[in-house]
Design a protein around this ligand. Structure first.
Ligand SMILES: [Zn+2]
Length: 202
């Protein structure tokens, strides 16, 4: 069993963070933006902001429970459409989407819920989608080192694109990464896409 606790993205932790200083700075920012923080709805907004970031930016380590592959399952193991919400490192605005994560097992299998936990782990912290995609694959490589191949597809709507700047509502960003046998085998990638329920061509 492996406890994932490495490669954590930049985080704001409530434990060990200077919460008082963060609240004072958040209050200053709101005031500098011309916000009246004395009205009832805004009186504790700086505090709520800091505690919210502390909560959503702190990944919880977890135990990656594994099992022996006693039936010698050689096909894909894929968990599709694991929903997530993350905070983008560039704008501190959310990006919301889902990840499909799978692997070709060797002698060991990973508990299925742990694939979803890998997604949860990688999407905490100030993140960019490309890094989320790589970190899910890295995490999977770390906890099932004897796997024969890995595929990860992440699709998300970024509020920094839809709310501001280009204001391109309804756009989604898709990223993928392959490890092991999938890196060089288009047929395997095509099977992965098909099992993932995606219409893309490999
Ligand atoms: Zn952004």
């Amino acid at each position: 069993m492996t406890v994932i606790e490495t490669r954590a993205p930049a985080t704001v932790r409530t434990v060990g963070a200077d919460v008082t200083a963060a609240i004072a700075a958040a209050e200053q920012m709101l005031v500098a933006l011309g916000v009246d923080t004395q009205v009832e709805h805004l009186r504790r907004t700086a505090e709520r902001m800091v505690l919210s970031y502390g909560e959503v930016l702190t990944p919880a380590p977890f135990e990656a429970t594994g099992f022996v592959n006693d039936a010698d399952h050689q096909g894909f193991v894929i968990v599709r459409d694991v929903a997530f919400a993350a905070i983008c490192a560039h704008h501190l605005l959310p990006f919301v989407g889902s990840a499909t994560v799978g692997y070709l097992p060797g002698a060991r299998l990973l508990g299925l819920s742990k694939l979803a936990r890998l997604v949860e782990y990688a999407t905490r912290g100030l993140q960019v989608q490309e890094n989320v995609t790589q970190q899910i694959a890295d995490g999977l490589q770390q906890v099932v080192p004897d796997q024969c191949g890995i595929g990860v597809i992440v699709e998300a709507e970024h509020l920094c694109i839809t709310l501001r700047g280009a204001k391109a509502r309804g756009t989604s960003t898709v990223t993928s990464t392959w490890r092991g046998a999938l890196e060089h085998d288009a047929t395997l990638r095509s099977e992965f896409f098909s099992l993932a329920g995606r219409r893309f061509r490999a």
